[in-house]
Design a protein around this ligand. Structure first.
Ligand SMILES: CC(=O)SCCNC(=O)CCNC(=O)[C@H](O)C(C)(C)COP(=O)(O)OP(=O)(O)OC[C@H]1O[C@@H](n2cnc3c(N)ncnc32)[C@H](O)[C@@H]1OP(=O)(O)O
Length: 132
């Protein structure tokens, strides 16, 4: 299955979304709760692809909303393993905002999510067990 570093590279996970009005609030910007939902989802996919085990969210770190994300833009969520413990791993997520009709791209939201690998009894189990 490769080294930890190779698994971290291979499990980097990216999702693009168009910010349509159905996802925005009354300011015409992406609703914060929707951003959190998408971040938890991409972090979950990344942790799952990294460990190839059942994982559950145990905590979130600080989430920084640096800029509002207007309707009519594109966003890319990028999740990457930040650190690895015995049964847990921490995933860093950035949301990049892109204009549709120019190359302008900037980081607008960042945060971390921690996951624990669980066994069939829902108890913590080693996050990796088949390292080369
Ligand atoms: C994908 C989803 O939608 S999941 C839904 C939301 N999440 C859930 O429902 C999870 C509910 N929580 C639980 O079931 C339990 O807390 C479990 C199974 C995750 C952990 O059980 P616990 O007995 O509390 O875990 P334990 O104390 O042994 O710690 C396990 C790991 O979590 C880490 N951990 C514990 N608390 C935290 C925390 N607040 N933040 C970050 N890591 C933590 C520990 O350091 C340990 O990591 P390590 O082995 O890498 O050093």
């Amino acid at each position: 299955m490769g080294t930890i570093e190779e698994r971290i590279q291979k499990s980097e996970t990216r999702i693009f979304k168009a910010v349509f009005p159905s996802t925005t609030n009354h300011y015409d910007t992406l609703f914060g709760g929707t951003a959190l939902h998408l971040m938890d989802e991409v972090a979950f996919i990344c942790a799952t692809r990294f460990s190839r085990k059942k994982v559950v969210t145990i905590s979130t770190g600080q989430i920084d909303f640096k800029k509002a994300i207007p309707a009519g833009t594109l966003i890319e969520l990028v999740a990457k393993v930040d650190s690895v413990g015995r049964t847990s791993c921490k995933i860093h997520v950035d949301i990049f905002m892109e204009q549709m009709y120019s190359e302008l791209r900037e980081t607008v939201v960042s945060g971390t999510f921690s996951f624990v690998a669980v066994d069939e009894n829902k108890k913590p189990t080693p996050i990796l067990d088949d390292l080369d």
